[in-house]
Design a protein around this ligand. Structure first.
Ligand SMILES: [Zn+2]
Length: 337
């Protein structure tokens, strides 16, 4: 407890709170005053909007990666590593950018970081989310509230009528919301959304399965990000080891020096890992890929062309992190196989 003097001159006592808290589920909570309890309590409804307790407030000045163009593009901001791929496309004025991956792979964080990259005072940005996970300055965010008649579909229709420059849809869950979102991307809006698929090349097939016409998918998609979260090795207790070059994505038959988790220490709570980071594959949709989408090609065929055109797959991105000693081969295998 520290004694301070409030602006009015009246002494008050405030609790000193660490500026950066990491909760039990390793969510990064940067807002002063946030606790792990509030961060992860996503299901308890409170007075006012449902799931209000899930809101993680982004403080206006002290933080964060997604509040301004300058801070969002700093190197080393982990979510922004993925967003940078999207940002290349975000300078375009229309089209769809999707973040894909399983639950808990950091898709929402990537979307928020991307919105932070493109957010400028001249641009109108509207979102529809369930739940609103971060509050962002200058952005109109709508919380889905089915009992009050605000669903992804009705909310999205209202947003399209309001004609903002950029639309973020938390997740494309069904045919109707996917169709409206894709049509919005085709009618002059930049549309950011997430989709539940295992890889970036699988996104087009998933949208077609959901009932969106292939030609609409082909002409609206601009960039798809596939992502996973891997645990970082604890730098205090990681242990050097040798692996065959082929196992870590290199040519030749030599052994390569990498790291594996050690026995654990105080700093990593005896787990051998401390913190997490993202690995990403960023697929830009070229003319060749558009042709494949119209022809209803499989994810495998699209992936092959994307790799030929320079896409680095999740596995390749993960192995690069293994070679640089940031994570272990077992960890990359766990999330990419
Ligand atoms: Zn350790």
């Amino acid at each position: 407890m520290a004694a301070t003097v409030a602006p009015g001159g009246r002494p008050s006592r405030i609790r000193s709170i660490p500026a950066r808290v990491r909760c039990a589920k390793a969510c990064i909570v940067s807002a002063p005053g946030m606790t792990s309890q509030r961060c992860c309590a996503k299901t308890s409804a409170t007075r006012g909007s449902p799931r209000r307790s899930a809101i993680r407030k982004a403080p206006p000045s002290s933080s964060p990666k997604w509040t301004s163009r300058s801070s969002a593009t700093q190197t080393g901001s982990r979510p922004v590593a993925a967003a940078s791929g999207a940002a290349v496309w975000a300078v375009r004025s229309h089209g769809a950018i999707l973040a894909t991956g399983p639950t808990g792979s950091g898709k929402s964080t990537t979307l928020y970081a991307s919105v932070g990259v493109v957010s400028t005072p001249e641009k109108t940005i509207m979102t529809i989310e369930d739940p609103v996970e971060y509050r962002l300055p200058r952005i109109k965010q709508i919380q889905v509230h089915e009992r009050a008649g605000v669903t992804f579909v009705t909310g999205l229709r209202s947003i399209v009528r309001a004609d903002p420059d950029i639309i973020m849809v938390g997740e494309m869950r069904d045919r109707e919301s996917a169709k409206i979102a894709i049509e919005a991307a085709l009618t002059g809006h930049l549309m950011l959304s997430s989709l539940h698929t295992n890889s970036a090349p699988a996104a087009a097939a998933r949208l077609i399965d959901m009932g969106v016409e292939p030609y609409l998918v082909a002409s609206s998609l601009e960039c798809v990000i596939g992502q996973r979260l891997v645990r970082r090795l604890c730098m205090e207790c990681r242990r050097a080891t040798n692996l065959p070059a082929a196992d870590v994505g290199l040519d030749g038959s030599d052994q390569v020096a990498v790291f594996e988790p050690g026995d654990g220490c105080m700093r990593c709570s005896e787990t051998g890992y401390r913190g997490r980071m993202g690995i990403y594959e960023v697929m830009t949709v070229s003319e060749r890929i558009r042709t494949l989408i119209v022809a209803r090609a499989t994810a495998g065929e699209i992936s092959r062309v994307a790799v030929e055109e320079g896409m680095r797959t999740l596995r390749t991105a993960g192995l690069a992190k293994v070679r640089s000693g940031q994570t272990s081969l077992a960890e990359v295998t766990r999330v990419t196989d």
